[in-house]
Ligand binder design. Structure first.
Ligand SMILES: Cc1ncc(COP(=O)(O)O)c(C=O)c1O
Length: 486
């Protein structure tokens, strides 16, 4: 494969990257004696580095590239929109692409989720959902409700509010104290279920859901605003919900007046074969947060879909403001100052619902429909699962779990006892060997030890059996080698 980069350019990229670029969640010292990986181009399910070497993008970038790379029709939609109207804020104004996309998402979303509040990222979507929950309860006479429940090891983003909801102690500790109100409940890792429910997935699900009720009662129901749950939890290595879990959680939320927020930053837009993960598992959220796959990464965008019920206290205010003089911004300030009964949601960000991002999202969803990508995931997901399950003959593979095109492979030291690796072994195995070896072998995936050590796969939704086989073969070779190093 040819590359547009000559040896001098490659050396200059390395030098500048090492001197000036700060990579996210990356131990920069690890590149002191080795090259920073530089990805220069993508096509379909593959990306290419500056040397022209090809990699199967088994993580869709970062759970993002649903339609795959190099789609010129989406790039052209971005260029058209940038030429026509590159930017205008959603603060008091609308633009046609945001309107069209809000309408389209409202039609795709389950139940009465009818209103879209755009953001520019997933963390901002989660942050917005918590802020909306707080202001909603203040507005509707329950001002003491501010706490949020979320699951152990779950990742919900990195801004301070989202980090308070995130359940990974290691990435929170440097930023403590975080906003108060984040409360942890157990996750649904059946492979690591407590002994008294380890043989019965339904009983495990009932226990895990009831732990949410116990936490609400412990905290005081009058203080709890929302429960944030992913349909299939990413961090820890893809925990699907046990049978009966979400219906029971919905009942519990209803019993105590707590909002159910489905954080679908990963699970929406086909990852699980449906537009929304909640649809796949048959529950109705009060809010859905989304980002990533809504644009397949051709531009950044996030948002939340909100039910009519949550919007209701804010709607009258919006109508009233338009009839006041002095323009909408001044009218809003006047309305708040006067203690109007119809408040404004006092929240926004500059790039939310960016016109180019919304145009890209529309073109992305067109590709989904034209190529029936949801159908592709649904008809191929069992083949994906059974191809990955072949790896269970390896001594290091303890569990293969997930749904749709979203899988985690848990690595263990002893399969019969499910003994996991200690911190040193994990460090050597995942950071020292597996991440590099998988990349060198041409597979982009994630080796993660923020919970028990796992390899995660989340390929573009265009993938078929040939890609599953390629993933399985690369993993087989590298995991066999890893076992020799244990
Ligand atoms: C479930 C979930 N929520 C929130 C986020 C934060 O999204 P972002 O990185 O776009 O801020 C992520 C990111 O991976 C996520 O997986």
């Amino acid at each position: 494969m040819s590359t547009p980069y000559g040896q001098d350019e490659i050396a200059a990229l390395q030098e500048k990257a090492k001197r000036h670029l700060w990579l996210h969640f990356t131990r920069m010292s690890s590149y002191a004696d080795s090259d920073v990986p530089v990805i220069v181009r993508g096509e379909g399910a593959y990306v290419y580095d500056q040397h022209g070497k090809r990699y199967l993008d088994g993580l869709a970038g970062l759970f993002v590239s649903q339609i795959g790379h190099g789609r010129t029709e989406v790039a052209e939609a971005a260029a058209r929109q940038a030429s026509e109207l590159a930017y205008f804020p959603l603060w008091s104004y609308a633009h046609p692409q945001a309107i069209a996309l809000a309408d389209r998402l409202a039609n795709l979303a389950p139940g009465d989720l009818n209103r879209v509040f755009f953001t520019s990222s997933g963390s901002e979507a989660v942050e917005s959902a918590w802020k909306l929950a707080k202001q909603y309860f203040k507005t509707t006479g329950e001002p003491a409700r501010y706490k949020v429940l979320s699951r152990s090891i779950a990742y919900h983003g990195t801004s301070m509010g989202a980090l308070a909801i995130t359940g990974l102690p290691g990435i929170k500790e440097p930023f403590e104290p975080l906003p108060p109100g984040g409360v942890r409940v157990p996750n649904t890792n059946f492979y690591r279920a407590p002994a008294f429910v380890a043989d019965d997935e339904t009983a495990f699900g009932a226990w895990a859901a009831d732990e949410i009720e116990r936490a609400i009662l412990r905290e005081g129901p009058e203080s709890v605003a929302a429960v944030f749950l992913e349909p299939c939890q990413n961090s820890g290595g893809c925990f699907p919900p046990p049978p009966g879990y979400f219906p029971r959680v919905r009942e519990i939320c209803d019993r105590y007046g707590v909002l159910l927020v489905s954080d679908e930053v990963i699970c929406a837009f086909g990852r699980l074969g449906y537009w929304f993960g909640s649809e796949r598992y048959g529950y109705q959220p009060d809010i859905i947060t989304f980002a990533k796959g809504v644009t397949s990464g051709y531009a950044p965008l996030g948002g939340m879909l909100v039910s009519d019920r949550l919007m209701e206290p804010f709607v009258g205010g919006q109508a009233a403001e338009h009839h006041q003089s002095g323009g909408p911004v001044q009218a809003r300030a006047a309305s708040m100052a006067a203690g109007s009964a119809t408040p404004t949601f006092l929240h926004g960000v500059t790039f939310a619902g960016h016109p180019v991002s919304c145009a890209v999202a529309m073109a992305n969803l067109d590709v989904f429909e034209k190529e029936n990508l949801l159908g592709n995931v649904r008809s191929n997901e069992s083949a994906f699962r059974s191809t990955l399950e072949k790896l269970t003959d390896l001594p290091i593979v303890g569990d293969v779990r997930g749904d749709g095109y979203f899988y985690g492979i848990e690595l263990v030291k002893d399969k019969s006892t499910r003994l996991t690796f200690d911190d040193d072994e994990s460090e050597r195995l995942l950071r020292g060997f597996l991440s590099h070896a998988l990349f060198d072998a041409g597979l982009i995936c994630r080796a993660d030890d923020r919970g028990d050590p796992v390899i995660q796969l989340s390929p573009p939704l265009i993938c078929t059996q040939e890609h599953f086989d390629e993933m399985e073969q690369i993993l087989r070779g590298v995991l066999t080698e890893a076992w020799r190093k244990v």
